[in-house]
Design a protein around this ligand. Structure first.
Ligand SMILES: Nc1ncnc2c1ncn2[C@@H]1O[C@H](COP(=O)(O)OP(=O)(O)OP(=O)(O)O)[C@@H](O)[C@H]1O
Ligand SMILES: [Mg+2]
Length: 213
């Protein structure tokens, strides 16, 4: 049997991830159906409206989860389409109602599904952190830029919120560092009172601007 490289997910890890995704999908479906039932049973218009809002929110969170699922195979993926879909779902699930504007600027890029998946998970955590820590008290802006030069891919995530003087890494930054290692890339983040900027650079050893990898 061929040996796994550090970039690949082992068959056992794939089964465990599929089981987790399957269970989370089922749980989303089950709670959305419970909320729909409660909406139909309620005779109070205010309660109905509130429950419809909850149901929509659950759908948006389920969409984020769906966009972040491990890909079924390692075929080429349109990164701009993937990140656009992810950003739209994240905006609807946790940014728009808090007055946080999310913009994505990206040049055409195709990556193997595995690399694209890891990139998406990093983007997710950086947006979540900006919304939660930098822009928690007021609205603001989160800008995502994706560019590439030759085989080098660069992601930049910027916010215009504020950061504490002393940042203690939690689970999220540890996950980003672990994903960066698998991408064989470099990650750095500068925190400031006027905003923070995270930069990820990694190498893509394939054709970058078309689906023929
Ligand atoms: N964009 C940001 N602006 C300001 N502070 C930030 C930003 N991103 C991260 N931080 C700081 O870095 C800390 C560590 O982030 P990290 O994602 O590792 O953990 P967390 O978000 O606190 O918790 P979790 O484990 O749920 O991710 C945060 O608690 C916060 O203080
Ligand atoms: Mg975090």
């Amino acid at each position: 049997m061929a040996e796994l490289t550090s970039h690949q997910t082992s068959p056992l890890e794939q089964v465990l991830l599929r089981e987790l995704n399957h269970r989370v999908n089922n749980e989303f479906a089950s709670i959305i159906s419970a909320v729909s039932l409660a909406t139909a049973r309620s005779s109070n218009e205010d309660v109905k409206l509130a429950l419809i809002g909850v149901s929509e929110l659950l759908h948006h969170h389920a969409d984020v989860h769906h966009a972040l699922q491990m890909p079924a195979d390692d075929t080429p993926v349109d990164v701009v389409a993937h990140l656009s879909q992810l950003c739209r779902s994240i905006s609807l699930s946790k940014l728009e109602d808090r007055g946080i504007e999310l913009t994505l600027s990206a040049c055409p890029l195709w990556l193997h599904a595995d690399q694209c998946w890891r990139l998406g998970m990093i983007v997710y955590e950086l947006i979540t952190n900006a919304a939660r820590h930098a822009l928690s008290k007021r609205g603001g802006e989160i800008r995502i830029e994706l560019s590439h030069e030759g085989e080098s891919v660069k992601l930049r995530v910027q916010d215009n919120g504020s950061a504490p003087d002393n940042v203690q890494p939690g689970c999220g930054l540890k996950i980003i560092n672990a994903l960066t290692q698998v991408l064989d890339g470099q990650f750095e983040q500068h925190f400031g009172a006027q905003g923070s900027t995270a930069t990820l650079v990694f190498r893509c050893n394939t054709r970058l601007d078309s689906p023929r990898l």
